[in-house]
Design a protein around this ligand. Structure first.
Ligand SMILES: [Zn+2]
Ligand SMILES: [Zn+2]
Length: 119
């Protein structure tokens, strides 16, 4: 059993999109299946993730503190890389918290970012 690190609910396996941030949202999964989303490789404090284009802009508006990074600005922490060119849609399954609508992939990444910034 995998528990959500935020609310401790049991996480269930679900279809997700490649986006670490919004990949668990039903509306995004629909768009993904309709080929309406584009994704970029992004590195946050050296942790590589994939984000959809709108989350790529969204993460730049975050306060570093919300990711456990003391001070600085997101421009110093985030590197935006190439577009992900997925030739065909593949099914991606991850553990999702139905309450927080967060994927296990993102929770793990956030934990690593926190560990790094306090290491
Ligand atoms: Zn949760
Ligand atoms: Zn997204």
């Amino acid at each position: 059993m995998i528990a959500c690190e935020k609310c401790n609910s049991v996480m269930e396996q679900r279809n997700v999109t490649p986006c670490a941030l919004c990949g668990a949202k039903e509306s995004e999964i629909k768009k993904f299946l309709n080929d309406e989303l584009r994704f970029r490789r992004v590195s946050v404090l050296g942790e590589r993730i994939v984000l959809c284009v709108s989350c790529t802009s969204k993460i730049m508006s975050y306060h570093p503190e919300s990711l456990g990074i003391p001070g600085g600005s997101m421009e110093d922490i985030v590197e935006i890389g190439d577009e992900v060119t997925a030739k065909r849609k593949q099914e991606i399954i991850d553990f999702v918290c139905g309450k927080c609508i967060e994927t296990r992939a993102w929770q793990k990444t956030r934990q690593k970012i926190r560990d790094k910034s306090h290491g």
